[in-house]
Design a protein around this ligand. Structure first.
Ligand code: G3H
Ligand code: 13P
Ligand code: ZN
Length: 309
């Protein structure tokens, strides 16, 4: 099956109340780990590359590796640009076979975000590509924002509605308390499900996206730290909350940090236990296996997208 857009998978996710995992890819082992897991679960999957990933792996390699995945597996796979910073980057990806792009105008004011998003939507739609946009800013201790109700820049539901109507974007990333990276919460994890509910009431047909949604799986953090890593106090969004989000209208859940932890933890463990190893396959194989297990767990036990291919 060729690459697909996210249109049909999101329609199904909204109708049947499940979420689709969007996993960040940077190299072959990560791609293989993700698609092997999705194929085992017979699940749709979104592979997303950031500008940094594109710079690192280079577009022809990403494309060809994903073509290989399509050759091996008969599941719906979308190729998405994560956090497109400007029109030019989005255009480059659209012109190079991506089926979906994100234009991240959340750093701009509302009117500038609308104008930039609309420009990308017009070009993307003329080429049959779909667009994710973002409104509101992800909070987190990373930005020195101590996630509290008063100072986090949560998405305003009325603004979200106006934004979707004016831009014609196909899906919308919202801020309800998640943040990127391994340090999402100082105290207890908390997401504003009340805001999600209001947004879904106002724009019921717009697929909603959750960025910064890694669990920061404690076992993976421990695996890193027990083998020489230094990632103290890391904390993410618990599985139960992500599962709730998948039932309450979130269609796409973004995961990068958990894959980084899996890969790094597995490699650290080999280096620690077998210092004489220097064949990359000896440590990249367990890394790929742990990515696969991690993705399979999310698809099956958290997002509910097994057998939804
Ligand atoms: O949200 C950002 C993703 O984790 C991608 O990170 O820009 O370092 O590739 P990156
Ligand atoms: P995490 O850092 O929580 O994995 O979020 C990834 C993400 O949002 C990619 O766009
Ligand atoms: Zn993100």
């Amino acid at each position: 099956m060729p690459l697909v857009t996210t249109k049909e998978m999101f329609e199904k996710s909204m109708k049947e109340k499940f979420a689709i995992g969007a996993f960040n890819v940077n190299n072959m082992e990560i791609i293989q780990g993700i698609v092997d897991a999705a194929a085992k679960e017979n699940s749709p999957v979104i592979l997303q590359a950031s500008s940094g990933a594109i710079k690192y792996a280079r577009i022809p390699y990403l494309r060809k590796m994903i073509e290989a995945a399509l050759e091996e597996h008969d599941i719906p796979i979308a190729l998405h640009l994560d956090h497109g910073p400007d029109f030019e980057t989005c255009k480059m990806c659209i012109d190079n076979g991506f089926t979906s792009v994100m234009i991240d105008g959340s750093k701009y004011d509302f009117e500038q975000n609308v104008a930039l998003t609309k420009q990308v939507v017009d070009y993307a739609h003329s080429k049959g590509v779909v667009v994710e946009a973002e409104i509101g800013q992800l909070a987190g201790i990373e930005d020195d924002v101590n996630v509290s109700d008063s100072d986090a820049k949560y998405t305003d539901p009325e603004q979200a509605k106006e934004f979707v109507e004016r831009t014609g974007c196909d899906s919308l990333a919202i801020a309800i308390g998640t943040s990127h990276g391994a340090y999402k919460f100082k105290g207890e994890a908390k997401l504003r499900f009340d805001i999600l509910k209001q947004i879904k009431e106002l724009i019921p047909n717009t697929p909603i996206v959750l960025h910064g949604a890694s669990t920061v799986i404690p076992e993976l953090v421990e695996l890193c730290n027990n083998n020489g890593g230094e990632i103290p106090g890391a904390k993410g969004v618990p599985d139960e909350m992500l599962h709730q989000a998948s039932l309450e209208g979130v269609s796409k859940i973004n995961v990068d940090t958990d894959l980084r932890l899996a890969m790094t933890g597995a490699i650290r463990e080999v280096f620690n236990n077998e210092p004489s190893v220097f064949d990359p396959r000896k440590y990249l194989t367990p890394a790929r296996d742990l990515i696969e297990q991690t993705v399979q767990h999310k698809i099956r036990d958290v997002f509910g997208s097994s057998n939804k291919a």
